[in-house]
Design a protein around this ligand. Structure first.
Ligand code: NDP
Ligand code: MG
Ligand code: MG
Length: 336
């Protein structure tokens, strides 16, 4: 089994007397900055002052500064900028201000693993990647708990990289949920695989294709939406609490029978082979290259997909139906 550590296995000592600069105050940034500060660590934040996130940082009592200023003042630098933005910011504002013995911290292994950021040999390079959205990381910490984290050491120049990473993981709350020790490679490749193949890509396309089949067969889009999208929440909640077993225990025998009877015909060996091909494409750097290349051109392909997906039938009818269910606390990104 993977090495799993808790509060009792480490301490905050690795960061005592040190200044931690959190770069970015978005989903992950706001959680790491506030949790570490509440744990007694000295934290400074870099962000644009006038953006929504910059204003939030100020409201939370930080004084958002420029990245280069923050790096100069820091012992540990935590990058919670979007992955595609990190290499440019690293070249321009981080690398020139790094000195021997400093620590670079990542919340996802992407840039280090695919070598779009290549830190010098005299700094420590570590990762603490909470296995949950930043807002949950903050929320659980405030309640006295913590989201499990993956922790990895890429480079230990000082001989104390592990103590620093442990202090960060404990300070952000990970020692309550469990700190799973891994590598940048494993974190990065499994994270990308999960989001592309199952959680986001696989799920989104299942919903869309299911909706298309029902509506093309003449069923009302409203019914299709309820059956292939709305009810997912119920299923996910059951799986989350007790696995597939509990989900199958809770649904009707008809639904469970149909699960075994039809599921393997939809997601079959050919699907599995395509999943394996997607993994290869991640491992050989093909996906990272595609992402970087499109970003370099201003994300034309990415933006086109976003627009096209907004126009899908399941999105249109979903908006209308969610408005009939205010208890869902519906969000409309075009209005809110
Ligand atoms: P967000 O998009 O939520 O936040 C990004 C932050 O970076 C914002 O504060 C933004 O500031 C700032 N920023 C954006 N562009 C620039 C720029 N060009 N120059 C300077 N600052 C900029 O990011 P996430 O928290 O989602 O992701 C951060 C990292 O965490 C990534 O490595 C991601 O893979 C990882 N991660 C994310 C998880 C999540 O739950 N979202 C889960 C686990 C890991 P402004 O508001 O001013 O634009
Ligand atoms: Mg990810
Ligand atoms: Mg049903």
């Amino acid at each position: 089994a993977i090495e799993t550590l808790y509060d009792k296995d480490g301490s905050l000592d690795g960061l005592s007397g040190k200044t931690v600069a959190v770069l970015g105050y978005g989903s992950q940034g706001h959680a790491h900055a506030q949790n570490l500060r509440d744990s007694g660590v000295k934290v400074i934040v870099a962000n644009r002052k006038d953006s929504a996130n910059g204003k939030l940082a100020s409201e939370h009592g930080f004084e958002p500064m420029a990245v280069d200023e923050a790096v100069k003042a820091a012992d540990m630098v935590i990058l919670t900028l979007p992955d595609e933005v990190q290499p440019d910011v690293y070249e321009q504002s981080i690398a020139p201000n790094l000195t021997a013995g400093m620590t670079l911290g990542f919340t996802h292994g992407f840039n280090v693993h695919f070598k779009t950021i290549a830190p010098p040999a005299d700094v420590d390079v570590v990762m603490v990647a909470p296995k949950g959205p930043g807002h949950t990381v903050r929320w659980e910490f405030e309640k006295g708990g913590g989201v499990p984290c993956l922790m990895a050491i890429h480079q230990d120049a000082s001989g104390t990289a592990r103590e620093k990473a442990m202090a960060w993981a404990i300070g952000v709350g990970g020692g309550k949920g469990g700190i799973l020790v891994t590598s940048f490679k494993d974190e990065c490749e499994t994270d990308l695989f999960g989001e592309q193949v199952v959680l986001c890509g696989g799920l989104s396309e299942s919903i869309k294709k299911g909706f298309e089949v029902l509506t093309e067969a003449g069923y009302p889009p409203e019914l299709a939406y309820f059956e292939v999208c709305h009810e997912l929440e119920l299923i996910i909640n059951l799986i989350k609490r007790g696995g597939l077993d509990y989900m199958r225990y809770s649904i009707s025998n008809t639904a469970e029978f149909g699960d075994y009877y039809t599921g393997p015909k939809i997601c079959d060996d050919a699907t599995k082979q395509r999943m394996a091909a997607a993994l290869k494409h991640i491992q050989d750097g093909g996906f990272a290259k595609a992402f970087r290349d499109d970003y370099a051109k201003g994300f034309p392909w990415f933006k086109k997909q976003r627009e096209e997906n907004k126009g899908h039938g399941v999105e249109k009818v979903g908006k209308e139906l969610r408005a009939m269910m205010p208890w869902l606390d519906p969000v409309d990104l075009d209005k809110d």
